[in-house]
Design a protein around this ligand. Structure first.
Ligand code: FES
Length: 159
């Protein structure tokens, strides 16, 4: 939460005395600051304003002005839950940074790839897990995962 964008979000909630009625205003600040409102952000706002997560989720998905995911053409969600972490997903996080300059919740400048980190996607039996454009990929070695990501991204260039 040291990111100054979060400070802006927190300040907006504080200014409104954490009134649940400020929900839309707060979500606009998240959207404007980050470009989208992911699950973690929804959970954070829900907790702080004491409104049910389902309500926040409903608002985000209902209003066209809000986006629940980044704008990249492709989305890679990497599970960073314990089962996946111990099987090497931390190395994939490092590699994504090195290879594409991406930290979690960032998109490449050409908008080709968005990288999101998730806590546990509920498929621990397949650890280490990543989700490539909605497709779960699991049970690969670190090297195989890297190769799979490269292949997935290069498929586009061949079409
Ligand atoms: S920890 Fe990765 S799927 Fe559960």
């Amino acid at each position: 939460m040291s990111d100054k964008r979060w400070k802006l979000v927190a300040a907006t909630m504080k200014k409104n005395n954490y009134n649940p009625r400020a929900l839309i205003e707060v979500l606009h600040v998240v959207q404007d600051s980050f470009g989208y409102i992911d699950y973690d952000a929804m959970a954070y706002v829900a907790r702080e304003l004491k409104v049910p997560f389902s309500k926040v989720y409903g608002v985000v998905t209902f209003y066209h002005g809000f986006m629940s995911k980044p704008a990249g053409e492709h989305t890679l969600v990497l599970c960073t839950g314990t089962a996946c972490y111990v099987k090497g997903n931390d190395q994939i996080t490092d590699w994504l940074k090195e290879r594409f300059g991406l930290d979690p919740n960032q998109t490449t400048p050409d908008n080709k790839l968005s990288f999101m980190a998730a806590r546990c996607v509920g498929a621990c039996g397949l650890a280490p897990v990543m989700i490539l454009d909605g497709q779960i990929v699991g049970k690969l070695s670190v090297e195989e995962m890297k190769a799979k990501i490269e292949e997935w991204l290069s498929d586009d260039n061949n079409q």
